[in-house]
Ligand binder design. Structure first.
Ligand SMILES: Nc1nc2c(ncn2[C@@H]2O[C@H](COP(=O)(O)OP(=O)(O)O[C@H]3O[C@H](CO)[C@@H](O)[C@H](O)[C@@H]3O)[C@@H](O)[C@H]2O)c(=O)[nH]1
Length: 293
């Protein structure tokens, strides 16, 4: 269970799956006598930092979890450390900051944005509704992070590691980057729940390059394509995350290979391709499913 907002609706389930679930795996290794030949990677998270106590966040920054998900993950973190110390188990926490890709679940904010931007470009959707546009995240490419998971398990000693890019970007700026891929410049106006994203300009040459038809798309200057829906606000929010991956770089030689721009471009290209299938079906007279968070 990895969705922070959903964890407020299912707090007991997340404690069981993400907290006690980790204990069950560690116990299985111990009780089966597999400690000497097993290496355990615990998918820890930057959500542990929550209401951040230090900027940027390192392996030494104190935790302040802000959701049932993060509290359950806090148990998972410490039980992993405890089994390492108590039973000499090769058990590690990878404290991964947000990592994204074209196969990210559609209810996480990056994918929700790239899918919607692609649908708006194809005339299949009018508007994208989001929650907190000010939230800032340290977004990296999942491929870089999964490579690091593997490196953590090959290390000489079991340790805990921060995996991050060291850069932070707001949700609002991520939206601008996604529309930027389409040759569209957005401007934001208004405040709080009245804030909207309006199309400032459209580069028709870029639309042609992408084989998008300006007439059937919803990309027209003046169109409101982003609005705020308070249903997506969280009872307690994590406002700012930015990690310091110095330890991983220096001790394991990890270097991320993707920039955020490359990640956004890859996600946009993939979602345009995916949504073109919907366009094809719609043109053929079929009903297009609407996907909502
Ligand atoms: N999901 C979502 N988030 C929104 C929206 N509008 C604004 N946001 C804001 O966008 C930020 C990122 O939300 P998510 O993409 O849902 O990710 P997350 O809460 O940061 O958690 C992800 O990253 C953690 C760290 O790696 C993971 O531990 C966690 O499982 C998840 O993958 C949050 O501050 C959230 O409030 C929206 O419509 N939907």
């Amino acid at each position: 269970m990895s969705h922070v907002a959903v964890s407020f609706e299912t707090p007991e389930y997340v404690a069981n799956a993400d907290g006690t679930g980790t204990l069950r795996i560690l116990e299985a290794v111990r009780l089966l006598g597999l400690t000497d030949k097993t290496r355990v990677y615990q998918a820890s998270t930057s959500e542990l930092y929550g209401k951040v106590q230090e900027i940027p966040q390192t392996e030494k920054t104190p935790f302040y979890p802000r959701s049932p998900y993060a509290v359950a993950k806090m148990y998972a973190y410490w039980i992993t450390v405890n089994y390492r110390e108590a039973y000499n188990m090769f058990a590690c926490n990878g404290i991964l900051f947000n990592h994204e890709s074209p196969v990210r679940g559609e209810t996480f904010v990056t994918r929700k944005i790239t899918r919607a931007a692609a649908k708006i470009a194809l005339g299949l959707q009018d508007k994208l509704y989001l929650g907190n546009l000010d939230a800032k995240r340290d977004w990296g490419h999942a491929k870089d992070y999964v490579r690091m998971m593997w490196m953590i398990l090959q290390a000489d000693e079991p340790e805990d590691w921060v995996i991050a890019t060291g850069k932070t970007t707001s949700v609002r700026d991520f939206v601008k980057m996604a529309f930027g891929y389409l040759g569209v410049e957005l401007r934001f106006e208004g405040e709080g729940i009245d804030e909207v994203g309006i199309i400032d300009s459209v580069d028709t040459k870029r639309l042609n390059e992408l084989n998008l038809n300006p007439k059937s798309s919803n990309l027209n200057p003046g169109n409101i394509v982003v609005a705020v829906d308070p249903r997506y606000f969280r009872p307690t929010e994590v406002d700012l995350l930015i990690g310091d991956p110095t330890k991983a770089k220096e001790k394991l030689g990890w270097e991320p290979q993707y920039t955020l721009n490359e990640l956004v471009d890859e996600m946009m290209a993939s979602d345009l391709k995916l949504m073109k299938k919907d366009e094809y079906l719609k043109d053929g007279g079929y009903t297009i499913m609407n996907y909502f968070e």
